[in-house]
Design a protein around this ligand. Structure first.
Ligand SMILES: Cc1cc2nc3c(=O)[nH]c(=O)nc-3n(C[C@H](O)[C@H](O)[C@H](O)COP(=O)(O)OP(=O)(O)OC[C@H]3O[C@@H](n4cnc5c(N)ncnc54)[C@H](O)[C@@H]3O)c2cc1C
Length: 435
């Protein structure tokens, strides 16, 4: 198993205070529960387990610093609806409704967390845009509008003029605005989850689970310096499920890259007509997501690829950053060339049909993950609910989760990677103007 080597340049993460007193796995230990992965899913699972079992020993481990995987480096859209989940479009109404029911529960669980712990994560009920520069994409938006109307989601189609006025760029020619959907600071959110960990959860960071095996109902988990023996385990490693041998025929990792500019100066901001904070999602799956942040930065994510999930070299990241620069320039030609402050990569997990994994995979072994790019709310929900499921309990939320379509089977390697790469090339070509 390789070690995860993240770049250190994500603005979201660098805006947070440096944490101290972190611990790593150094000695052999026993516990009742081991949770692997300290992103939204694992942190929430740990918090819930601690409420359900205050007297039990719970250990949470992460291969890197907690919250610094995808959870701390995403684009910060908490969605109520999606037009595409990666490269799957939502065609069938009843299944789409099941999906949005899950999104709504994700928003609810986060609202509850934020209220209870008084979290400041720049939460903005700004709604969100789906937009394209191609007039012919209007038909996709009109069909999407019909789906949203049938399900009662407040929204409206927008003309080029309206988009230009609201976004400060005349790049987009067709668009749809949904009232639902929140923009937030992903790093602040995940940091609040770390701070909210209760005392009976021990957090070990920079501690990679290398191997695991079950002998007589005990799960032996091997780390570099020691072994943790646990009665129950929950895998919350999302894009790294495959590398741990979990549900390998149902999920695969994709590497995304994003960049963020420095805050725009007063003059620059005035030159683009001082728009309010906004977030645009692409109409074509491989188009760019672009955000204007609260502090007047532009964020862009326009790549998704099959790549080694453990590390992207500085040289490779730079190439992606150049793509981001072009994407920003296309939308904001009057802004200076060199305003990108940071670029980073992050790993998401995908399934073939864009459905999530929420499973008992063996006695005492559970897994939650694969949110197909919508993991802020859904990951938090699945973390809470997998803790309930693993405790042998049930809930109305679990009923909603269980009603979803289950992930479908994927072919083995090398066919899987070949198929995914071919599909990504095809989708990229279709979205050529939108990156
Ligand atoms: C660039 C980018 C943009 C995105 N934009 C959005 C968005 O706008 N909205 C949205 O909802 N979602 C978005 N996502 C997806 C979202 O970030 C994820 O779905 C979410 O963070 C998943 O949370 P998680 O806790 O399940 O996984 P992660 O945050 O990936 O956490 C998993 C953790 O497991 C750890 N781990 C892995 N292997 C091991 C091991 N062997 N031993 C110990 N620990 C291990 C990792 O270090 C990691 O910290 C985006 C993702 C990226 C990368």
């Amino acid at each position: 198993m390789s070690l995860i080597e993240n770049d250190q340049s994500c603005t979201w993460i660098n805006q947070l205070s440096v944490r101290s007193n972190t611990q790593t796995v150094l000695k052999n230990e026993d516990c009742d529960w081991l949770i692997v992965g300290a992103g939204y899913t694992g942190l929430t699972a740990a918090r819930k387990l601690s409420q359900l079992h205050p007297e039990k020993k719970i250990i949470l481990v992460d291969a890197q610093s907690a919250g610094e995987g995808a959870s701390g480096r995403n684009s910060g859209y908490l969605v109520d609806t999606t037009l595409n989940d990666g490269f799957t479009s939502n065609k069938e109404l009843s299944n789409y409704k099941k999906k949005t029911d899950i999104y709504q529960l994700g928003i609810d669980v986060l609202k509850k967390f934020i209220k209870e712990y008084q979290v400041d994560c720049d939460w903005n009920n700004s709604g969100k845009y789906f937009a394209s520069s191609k007039y012919e994409d209007k038909i996709i938006l009109q069909n999407f509008s019909k789906t949203l109307s049938k399900l009662g989601f407040e929204h409206n189609l927008l003309s080029k003029e309206e988009l230009t006025q609201r976004l400060g760029t005349n790049f987009y020619n067709v668009g749809l605005y949904t009232v639902g959907g929140v923009l937030l600071h992903p790093g602040k959110l995940v940091r609040a989850m770390i701070n909210a960990l209760p005392n009976n959860v021990i957090l070990y960071e920079n501690s990679t689970l290398l191997k695991w095996k079950i002998i007589k109902n005990i799960i032996y988990c091997k780390f570099k310096n020691a072994t943790i023996c646990t009665k129950k385990i929950i895998f919350c490693t999302n894009g790294f499920l495959q590398s741990l041998g979990i549900k390998t025929n149902y999920n695969f990792p994709l590497t995304l890259t994003a960049s963020m500019t420095r805050p725009l100066s007063e003059n620059e901001f005035r030159s683009i007509k001082e728009p309010r904070e906004w977030g645009v999602l692409p109409v074509k799956p491989m188009g760019a997501t672009v955000r204007m942040t609260k502090d007047r930065r532009i964020l862009i994510r326009n790549t998704a690829e099959v790549y080694n999930p453990f590390k992207m070299s500085g040289v490779e990241l730079k190439k992606r950053s150049t793509n981001h620069k072009i994407g920003i320039k296309k939308r904001f030609p009057t802004l200076p060339d060199n305003i990108i402050e940071s670029s980073w990569s992050g790993i998401v997990s995908r399934t073939r049909n864009s459905s999530q994994i929420f499973d008992k995979i063996n006695d005492n072994i559970y897994v939650a993950g694969c949110y197909n790019g919508s993991g802020i709310g859904v990951g938090t929900l699945f973390g809470e609910q997998i803790a309930i499921k693993a405790s042998g309990e049930t809930s109305s939320e679990i009923n909603v989760i269980n009603a979803r379509q289950k992930p479908t089977w994927l072919p083995p390697q090398p066919f899987l990677n070949l198929g995914v790469k071919a599909r990504l090339i095809y989708e990229r070509l279709k979205a050529k103007t939108e990156t």
